[in-house]
Structure formats: structure tokens, C-alpha cells
Design a binder for this molecule. Structure first.
Ligand SMILES: NC(=O)C1=CN([C@@H]2O[C@H](COP(=O)(O)OP(=O)(O)OC[C@H]3O[C@@H](n4cnc5c(N)ncnc54)[C@H](O)[C@@H]3O)[C@@H](O)[C@H]2O)C=CC1
Ligand SMILES: O=C(O)/C=C/C=C(\O)C(=O)O
Length: 480
């Protein structure tokens, strides 16, 4: 059994009230550790630790902050295997994915913002004819809160922490209680890299106890959150009247729009990935596939064939494509949607069943599932499933597909497959999404604005947008 502890003032600490939660291994359904269910007192202790570190950290030179963040990045790379194994065990994702994507990206987050802060600049405005000059300071906010989900645990945890620290803030952070392990290990790396004590504090526990204490804390002035839309709405209700800065990166129900003039093989292979990567548990997955009618039958046949060939297996096996879903309750939620699809006259073209892996019979495995839906209004096309389930349906014209693509409450990302430049320009302008990928999917450049519109969130992460979020602008006007 592994006992995870809070990381406060550079030390590993038990929760003050002594409340603990079980930590499950999704690949076999066994409890393999305990994590604190931290109370208000723990969050207060983390806050005080952060507050006491702020005056010094906010005055640390950019070169020194940059050096420490890049050192953390190097240590993550040096510990790739250990972190990837921990991530895979905690989350159920294939170890190959954790090694190739999750941990390298967590390292990149620290390296990227370690470099970006040395290039971040503010503006000046000369008030011509009035003998005055304005310059704008970008000052760190103080103590900020970072709350992250379970699907890309260290990847998303560090995507928030790295810019917050780079900008000179001190942080109280909470990873998902479902996947706390790599955030726990990160504390060790931060100490080794020489991050001063108190600059980063990591508290573990349920959203309703620990998370709630963070968002309610009167002196935690900004909250950066990634997770479900309902939770995001709750956080906004609590934090907005306290005038906290908010960055909310929420759910998606992203259209994957395939025109007949696309590069077919590239589209097909990428569509398998955009449907089922990380067991479909990425907010950017293209869960609604719309295919131009003239190639619909061919696509249906080829796609189903490829999906059937995916191997559902234990996350530690090198050839596993689909690992375990993150939790028993999430597996039940995804299965319920497959039943809803059947009730709504959807046709399950492949998958739909739980998978039993020999030796790991209590793990949370599900076949990758493709459902042909009769229309776009059905619940499986409107609600976020967040699992290895996609829908497919044909469309007749650009106008029809655009209307369907936009007719959801979400607006995170959209993928477009076409070789027509004019169509690309038209559709990219009209799609209601924060991110549009054309002839690719999830190609990430960390300098670009990342986030959604409508129920997919508020604000943008990434690049200088993130550094702007984690700083307050103060304009100074000098008359001469
Ligand atoms: N990035 C995304 O788009 C994600 C979307 N989801 C969606 O949300 C659904 C629900 O998943 P959950 O695990 O329940 O996500 P969630 O939104 O409840 O959890 C995300 C984080 O928020 C925290 N949290 C929960 N309640 C809170 C509160 N009152 N105050 C502060 N923090 C709080 C959680 O502890 C976790 O760290 C999923 O089925 C999926 O559809 C889930 C994870 C990521
Ligand atoms: O690449 C990113 O920065 C983010 C990817 C995915 C999510 O935010 C998510 O699935 O929540």
C-alpha cells in the first residue's frame, strides 16, 4: 500500500483531521493506496505556506525562476519510466501512452514556461500631445489555486502550475482524487530542483471537501480549473461573487467533419486516434463523426474494421491500444450511454461490451464502440460521454453539417478533413469552437491559445495568454 501525503512547505504531511480515501488501480479494481481527504485546515496551512513564500518568490529574478522550472523539466525526463508507470497504474492508460505523451508533455510544460517567462513583456503607450507616458506592469497575483482532472493527470496539473509559478505566484494545487500519484511524486522533484519551500503546495482530497475549500478561500485570488462543465459552473457560482480571476477549461462534444475530398488514409488513421486515444477520455476527442454522404458507406466499413482491430488490454502491455477506464463509476456512466443510444434507435456497429482480461477480471475495460445514429439530436450526440464511444452519421451539404456541428451546448474543438482551401476558410470562420484542426488532430503548439466557447469554458490557457491570466495588469501614467 502506498500512502500519499500532502506537500506543504516543501514537506510531506498527513492530513490534519486524519481522513483518508482509498486509491484504486483501474486495471485490476484493487485498492493500492491511501490519499488524504484534506480539510479546510489543510488548505489553510497550504495557503499560509504559499503566502509566506510569496514576497521572496515574486522577487526572484526571471533567470532564476526559469532555471528552476527547466531543472524540474529535466528531472521529469530523467524519471520518465517511474512517472509513466505511476501514471499508467493510477489512471489505467496504456504505459506506452504515458511514456510517449503524458510525462513528456508535463516536462515540456515546465520547460516551455521556464523559457516563456524570459520573453514575456508588457506594453507602453505614449499619450502624444499630453506629455505623458503609460507603462503597464504585469504583477503576479499572489496565491493562486490550480485544480485538475483525472484524464491527463500530470499533463494538465503542470499545464496550470508551470505558468502560475513562472509568473511569480505561489500555488495551492489539487490533483484529482482519482489520480493523485504523479502529483505526489512531483513534490519530490520540486525539492530536488531547488524550488523554495512553500512556492508550490499540493493538497489531496475530494472536490467537495478539499476543492471546495480552495475555491472558497477568500485570499486565493485566482482559480485555474479543468474538469466537467457542471463543476465549472459550480466553481463560477462560488468564485465570481468573490471577484476571483477564473480560467475554466471544461467539457466538449467535438465534431469530426469528413469531406470526400480529404486524404483518406491519413483521415482514417487519425480518426481512430481522435476517437479512442486515452480510452476516449480527452476533452478534445472527436466524439461526433460526420461523413459526407458520397463516402459514408466506405468510411463506415473501413473505420469499423480498424476499430475492431484495436487491442483492449492491460495497460502495462506494450501492444495495448485501449487500457482501462479510470474508475468503476465512470465505466458505469459510459455503459449507460451505450444503452441510451440503443433506446434512441442507434445501431452499435462494433463494441459496446465490457472486456474481461485474464488475471485482471475486476478491471474497468470496455470495447471501443462505434454507434450509427439516426440524427444529431439524440442524447449520445448532445451529451459528453468521455469514453471510448463515438457516433457516426452522414451529411449532405456543408450548410447541413455546419448547423449540426454548432448545435450543441459545447464549443471546445472541431476537426475538419478537406483539401479545399475555400471550404477550410469558410468553415473555420463559422465553427463555434475555440480550436479548429484541419487535416490533423491534437497537434499542439504550446504558444497557441487553448480553450473553448459556450459550455466548454471561459478564458484561454497556453503561451502568453496563461502568463496574462496569472498576472494583474497595472497601468502607470507619468506626466512630464
Ligand atoms: N477536461 C475535461 O473536459 C474533463 C471533463 N470531465 C467530464 O466531467 C465528468 C465528471 O468527471 P469528474 O471526475 O466528476 O470531474 P470533476 O469536474 O468533478 O473533477 C475535476 C476536478 O475538480 C475537482 N472538484 C470537483 N468538485 C469540486 C468543487 N466543488 N470545488 C472545487 N473542485 C472540485 C475534482 O476533485 C477534480 O480535481 C466526466 O464524466 C467528464 O464528462 C472530466 C474530467 C476532465
Ligand atoms: O493539450 C492540452 O493542452 C490539453 C489537452 C486536454 C485537455 O485539456 C482535457 O482533456 O481536459
Amino acid at each position: 500500500m502506498i500512502t500519499i501525503k500532502n506537500y506543504i512547505k516543501g514537506k510531506f504531511q498527513n492530513p490534519i483531521q486524519g481522513n483518508w480515501l482509498d486509491n484504486y488501480n483501474p486495471s485490476d479494481g484493487e485498492i493500492y493506496g491511501q490519499i488524504p481527504n484534506s480539510s479546510k485546515e489543510d488548505v489553510e496551512s497550504a495557503y499560509k505556506s504559499a503566502k509566506s513564500a510569496f514576497s521572496s518568490w515574486s522577487q526572484t529574478t526571471l533567470e532564476e525562476r526559469s532555471r528552476i522550472l527547466i531543472k524540474i523539466s529535466e528531472l521529469l525526463e530523467a524519471n520518465l519510466d517511474r512517472f509513466a508507470e505511476a501514471e499508467s497504474k493510477d489512471n489505467g492508460k496504456p504505459i506506452s501512452l504515458a511514456k510517449a505523451i503524458d510525462i513528456p508533455r508535463a516536462a515540456s510544460n515546465f520547460r516551455f514556461f521556464g523559457n516563456a517567462i524570459t520573453q514575456f513583456a508588457s506594453e507602453s503607450h505614449e499619450s502624444v500631445g499630453q506629455n505623458a507616458i503609460n507603462y503597464t506592469l504585469r504583477q503576479p497575483i499572489g496565491v493562486v489555486g490550480c485544480i485538475s482532472p483525472w484524464n491527463l493527470p500530470l499533463y494538465l496539473f503542470t499545464w496550470k502550475i508551470a505558468p502560475a509559478l513562472a509568473a511569480g505566484n505561489c500555488v495551492v494545487a489539487k490533483p484529482s482524487e482519482v489520480t493523485p500519484m504523479t502529483a505526489y511524486l512531483l513534490g519530490e522533484i520540486c525539492n530536488e530542483a531547488g524550488l523554495p519551500e512553500g512556492v508550490l503546495n499540493i493538497v489531496h482530497g475530494l472536490g467537495t471537501t478539499t476543492g471546495q475549500a480552495i475555491i472558497e478561500h477568500p485570499d486565493i485570488k485566482a482559480i485555474s480549473f479543468t474538469g466537467g462543465t457542471a463543476t465549472g459552473a459550480h466553481i463560477a457560482r462560488v468564485a465570481a461573487p468573490m471577484f476571483k480571476k477564473l480560467s475554466l477549461e471544461l467539457g466538449g462534444k467535438n465534431p469530426n467533419i469528413i469531406f470526400a475530398d480529404c486524404d483518406y488514409e491519413d483521415m482514417l488513421n487519425t480518426t481512430v486516434r481522435s476517437s479512442f486515444a486515452n480510452q476516449g477520455q480527452i476533452c478534445l476527442c472527436g466524439s461526433r463523426i460526420f461523413v459526407e454522404a458520397s463516402i459514408y458507406d466506405k468510411f463506415k466499413k473501413d473505420f469499423v474494421e480498424k476499430v475492431k482491430a484495436l487491442k483492449v488490454g492491460h495497460p502495462s502491455e506494450a501492444d495495448t491500444n485501449i487500457g482501462a477506464l479510470v474508475s468503476k463509476s465512470h465505466l458505469e456512466k459510459v455503459k449507460a450511454y451505450i444503452n441510451i443510444a440503443k433506446e434512441e434507435k442507434g445501431t452499435v456497429l462494433c463494441g459496446g461490451n465490457e472486456v474481461t482480461i485474464k488475471g485482471f477480471e475486476n478491471g474497468y475495460y470496455l470495447e471501443p464502440t462505434v454507434i450509427e445514429v439516426p440524427n444529431d439530436d439524440c442524447r449520445v450526440n448532445q451529451e459528453e460521454i468521455f469514453g471510448p464511444v463515438v457516433t457516426i452519421m452522414p451529411f449532405k451539404s456543408e450548410d447541413d453539417v455546419l448547423e449540426m456541428a454548432n448545435k450543441v451546448k459545447y464549443g471546445l474543438s472541431a476537426t475538419l478533413w478537406t483539401n479545399s482551401l475555400k471550404r477550410t476558410m469558410r468553415m473555420s470562420n463559422e465553427l463555434q469552437a475555440g480550436i479548429v484542426w484541419v487535416n490533423t488532430w491534437m497537434m499542439r503548439d504550446l504558444r497557441t491559445p487553448f480553450g473553448g466557447v459556450k459550455a466548454s469554458g471561459v478564458g484561454r490557457e497556453g503561451g502568453f495568454e496563461a502568463l496574462r491570466f496569472f498576472t494583474e495588469a497595472k497601468n502607470v501614467c507619468i506626466k512630464y
